[in-house]
Design a protein. Structure first.
Length: 509
């Protein structure tokens, strides 16, 4: 089924779609987190009060505002308030190391960060103003939208800037507009589909773009959102308790989180909708989930084209797992190295065009023009397409099959990692001459990041390398294994032959 969404609907902003639901169901439960819950009207009062405060602090159309908050209702209130004030949010995740937080603040030029007072010790280094959301007086708020600073916001304004791993050593900020996300949300309402009676559990960190589905899809639909804490999302038993306690009907997660839930003994329900994405969905996991749930969907897409660009309802019974068809107003081309379309059935690189294509990388025009290129195939899709680096092919029935990456980007427990960034952080160590990263799956579902290190003199111990990386990279980018080598194996044309590098089990790590 091709979902039709009129282009005029893309003139809206995400905060306007949420306000429309407040008007429809003011007394409905909008959000639950821990022991706290808010109706749609209460949520609106909270975010409008904060938006007024933000405007008072000078936030206007195009302002970038940092969200350095624990997972909480405050976090939701903050992101919507930033939108209401015309700004866009940037989430320096409290879990990230100081160096990365400082880089994000400086790179995006943040001059205001919303935070919790108890996170003061973990605050990013930089010169910006801090707004401690828990110290604000609870203001009555008003449901009427206050005037914005300057011209009225539009759907072509930025909604968020998210940092993803960068192959040359520094993360890059992907800048998305409201209309990118609005198209996505309206398409998701149809497929996989969400209804006002649904209760969706949000488990994803705000710095991963798929959190956008979790936080906004329920609120633009009139459904209820349950925000899981960081610890609950990482612990299968607590996650299961949360799913059962709140009678959750929809959850989106990476394969790792689905495995945690299943290993904790979750029995599923006959009405449950499971969305799995972020990396390839393994066959064994798909078979289990199709027996536990009413529906299992494989979701595919990069941050640069707004969350998910295709989806596929996985049939029960072990049929091939595809990534499906493009979502509304989205075109996917499979092209060869000369950017010519290849026939159905032949693999090539996926290029994505359409309403989801981001504005580009923040302050990185060269990188933007390298990855966001002219679309010579269709005028209908807005003239630009994003080069994904993913290899795949079209099948005769119009479904897409994902094959592999064409470069050194990998996924570790659902997180996107450029091996180049890990390698570059390792070679910052004074005794590391060269480093190579690789992902090796020891057992199904157990992917390990392995670093091969060529040292200058005596090789640093694994603990020392780990400490060195901890100050530079988020936890998920730190290799589980460090293997010292005297030389790297080379291919006949002189490139490092990653496939010939020793296996961690053979290397005894
Ligand atoms: P991110 O920007 O973190 O969402 O990562 C996007 C990349 O993750 C894609 O370009 C793919 O390489 C990979 N990916 C996401 N979803 C899937 C999926 N369902 N199957 C295979 N790979 C996926």
């Amino acid at each position: 089924m091709t979902i039709q969404i009129e282009s005029t609907r893309l003139d809206q902003r995400v905060d306007e779609l949420i306000r429309a639901q407040v008007a429809k169901t003011p007394g409905g439960v909008a959000v639950i987190c821990g022991n706290e819950s808010l109706t749609y009207a209460q949520l609106e009062a909270r975010y409008e009060a904060l938006a007024a405060r933000l405007r008072g602090l000078g936030v206007h159309r195009g302002s970038l505002v940092g969200v350095h908050l624990d997972r909480s209702i405050d976090m939701l209130v903050a992101v919507i308030a930033i939108m209401r004030a015309g700004g866009a949010y940037v989430p320096p995740d409290p879990e990230f190391p100081a160096e990365r937080l400082a880089y994000m603040v400086q790179d995006s030029g943040l001059d205001l960060v919303i935070t919790h007072s108890w996170l003061a010790n973990a605050a990013p280094v930089g010169t910006y103003r801090k707004l401690e959301i828990d110290k604000l007086e609870t203001q009555a708020g008003t449901s009427a939208p206050a005037a914005t600073n300057g011209a009225a916001p539009t759907s072509a304004d930025l909604i968020y800037v998210l940092y993803t791993s960068g192959s040359t050593g520094k993360p890059k900020g992907v800048a998305l507009e409201h209309r990118n996300v609005v198209n996505f949300l309206l398409s998701m309402q149809h497929e996989p589909g969400l209804k006002p009676a649904d209760r969706l559990l949000a488990v994803t960190t705000l710095s991963f773009d798929i959190a956008g589905l979790e936080l906004f899809l329920p609120l633009v639909t009139g459904a209820s959102l349950v925000i899981g804490g960081r610890d609950e999302a990482a612990d299968g038993v607590r996650l299961r308790e949360l799913v059962e306690k709140h009678s959750i009907t929809v959850m989106q997660a990476t394969p790792t989180t689905w495995r945690l839930l299943i290993e904790a003994g979750w029995q599923g329900t006959s009405t449950f909708k499971a969305l799995c994405g972020g990396e390839a969905l393994p066959g064994d996991l798909a078979r289990t989930l199709t027996t536990l749930c009413a529906e299992l969907w494989n979701m595919y897409g990069p941050t640069e084209t707004a969350i998910w660009s295709t989806c596929f309802r996985v049939p029960a019974g072990g049929a091939p797992i595809l990534i499906g068809k493009p979502i509304a107003n989205t075109g996917i081309y499979i092209l060869d190295r000369s950017r010519r379309p290849v026939p159905t059935g032949i693999p090539g690189e996926l290029y994505i065009a359409g309403a989801g294509v981001a504005r580009g990388y923040l302050n990185r025009p060269e990188l933007t023009s390298e990855r966001f290129v002219d679309d010579p195939f269709s005028k209908a899709f807005g003239g630009r397409m994003y080069r994904t680096g993913d290899m795949g092919r079209y099948l005769p029935d119009g479904n897409l099959e994902f094959r592999a990456r064409a470069d050194n980007q990998v996924k570790v427990r659902g997180f996107r990692v450029e091996l180049g960034e890990v390698e570059s952080a390792l070679t910052d160590h004074p005794r590391v001459k060269q480093a190579i990263g690789r992902v090796i799956e020891l057992r199904p579902g157990d992917a390990r990041l392995v670093a091969y290190v060529l040292a200058d003199g005596e090789a640093p111990a694994a603990g020392e390398l780990r400490d060195h990386l901890r100050t530079r990279l988020p936890q998920y980018m730190i290799p589980q294994h460090f293997i010292g080598v005297d030389a790297f194996p080379l291919t006949p044309n002189g490139k490092v032959d990653r496939a010939q590098l020793p296996h961690p089990q053979d290397a005894g790590t």
